[in-house]
Design a binder for this molecule. Structure first.
Ligand code: SAJ
Length: 417
């Protein structure tokens, strides 16, 4: 086990979710004295044990064990005194897709109680433009005694689930202080553990930058999804088309799929849309296209079921391959594949439906089957997520395959070019 050199700075991370926990662990491994705060007693119970249960996220268990061994990670239900406070809490939306920053505000209120002169407060939660200034104002009202002595910055994360620890250290970051001194203080902090470049901006720009990155990805995926529906109508192979178009030096079309899921790309664009209704036309349309793609895939499965029943005089057995929101993760948040599974379960015979998700042992609603069994039993096999486990499946010739996410794109391209 690598030796941890102690850094004489304490950090408190509020919100120990999928960004907060890896951040806290990485900081502990770099020698900071780290405390974590989370309102959820289950999270605290899990983190009070000497080891983490098996994680899909690479390296997390090892860092946790190391932090426990070195004794520089503690957890509690409320923030504790620290030189630097990081907020990594969820920012969901309310009715009408309006951003709900109440968790960030609650975190700021709790942090306010333990603040001292000279503390730096960093918001990393995805937030609507203006949130960091709002937090600074809220804290100023709660702690007028510290007015003018605190620093505030917005420093969004950019990590991809599945590769979080690597990307936390290696990605560039935008650092948006509410003033120059805050930006400089935040840069000095991130320099300790980020190898990527640190780019200074003001807080509003950094906030919009985070939202723009995910909206850009959503728009790009919408383009691919729209193209896949056009190709289907035109009888053109989408994968071959995208493969050929991407041979142009300035074209890079992404992969079509069953829609866009997860808690970032599918949600952050709404933070722009709700604040800039008049202007955000393309961003709003992309959201619609990506949501519609999930319905389109569901309808395709039902139309195939009906055709089969008419042709064969019996109802087909259907296998849905994949439930998670993207390949090779066990995360089901806002998953389009899960939505398809739910619609199939609601509208089709339970005993004619097989669902396979190799990244999960079990699911509270669905009985899961292994990939081979699902494929061998089914008449229609719908691939909703391009998991590695699916790529080398040996599928009998007589099966009807609906490959919504390019599981077999390499194989198909070899055959069709
Ligand atoms: N998807 C496609 N086709 C593609 C790529 C993705 O359909 O070609 C789908 C995925 O299947 C998934 C959804 O898009 O349903 C989102 O997946 P993702 O891998 O694009 O992104 P996330 O949500 O895991 O992480 C994103 C990343 N943002 C960008 O790439 C701009 C990540 O860097 C951010 O840190 C993260 O959001 C976040 O926390 O905001």
């Amino acid at each position: 086990m690598e030796k941890t050199k102690k850094i004489n700075t304490s950090v408190c991370v509020t919100g120990l979710g999928y960004i907060g926990l890896p951040t806290a662990l990485l900081l502990a491994s770099k020698g900071f004295s780290v405390s974590g705060a989370d309102l959820n007693p289950d999270v605290l119970e899990r983190l009070s044990k000497p080891k983490l249960p098996k994680q899909k996220e690479k390296g997390l268990e090892e860092l946790f064990e190391r932090a426990k061994k070195h004794g520089n990670l503690s957890v509690s239900s409320t923030p504790t005194e620290a030189d630097i406070h990081i907020i990594t809490v969820p920012t969901p939306f309310k009715e009408g897709f309006l951003p709900d920053i109440s968790y960030v505000e609650k975190a700021a209120e709790n942090i306010a109680k333990v603040l001292k002169k000279g503390n730096l407060i960093i918001n990393e939660s995805t937030s609507p433009v203006g949130t960091t200034k709002k937090i600074a104002k809220l804290i100023k009202n709660l702690r007028p005694d510290l007015d003018g002595t605190l620093f505030f910055a917005y420093c969004p994360e950019r990590v991809i689930p599945g590769n979080i620890l690597y990307e936390l250290e290696n990605n560039d970051r935008a650092i948006g202080g509410i003033d120059e001194a805050s930006s400089q203080k935040a840069v000095a902090f991130y320099k300790h553990f980020v190898k990527g470049e640190l780019h200074i901006a003001d807080a509003d720009t950094a906030e919009l930058c985070k939202l723009a990155e995910n909206a850009y990805r959503d728009v790009s995926i919408a383009f691919a999804n729209e193209l896949s529906m056009i190709c289907d109508k035109a009888g053109i192979n989408t994968e071959k088309l995208i493969y050929l178009a991407n041979k142009h030096p300035r074209v890079k079309i992404l992969k079509p799929g069953t829609g866009v899921g997860g808690h970032c790309v599918a949600t952050d664009p709404y933070f722009i849309i709700s604040a800039f209704k008049e202007e955000a036309k393309l961003i709003a349309k992309a959201r619609q296209v990506n949501n519609q793609k999930t319905d389109w895939c569901t309808e395709k499965i039902f139309s195939e079921i009906n055709d089969f029943a008419k042709r064969e005089g019996r109802k087909p057995i259907v296998a849905l391959m994949g439930l998670s929101f993207k390949p090779d993760v066990d995360d089901l948040r806002d998953s389009p594949a899960l939505k398809i599974a739910e619609r199939l379960a609601e509208n089709y015979d339970k005993d004619l439906l097989f669902i396979s998700e190799p990244n999960l042992k079990e699911h509270k609603r669905f009985m899961l089957s292994d990939c081979e069994t699902a494929c061998s039993k089914a008449d229609i096999i719908a691939f909703s997520v391009a998991h590695q486990e699916f790529k080398n499946l040996d599928i009998e010739q007589n099966k009807i395959i609906l490959d919504f996410c390019g599981v077999f794109s390499d194989r198909n391209l070899e055959n069709k070019l």
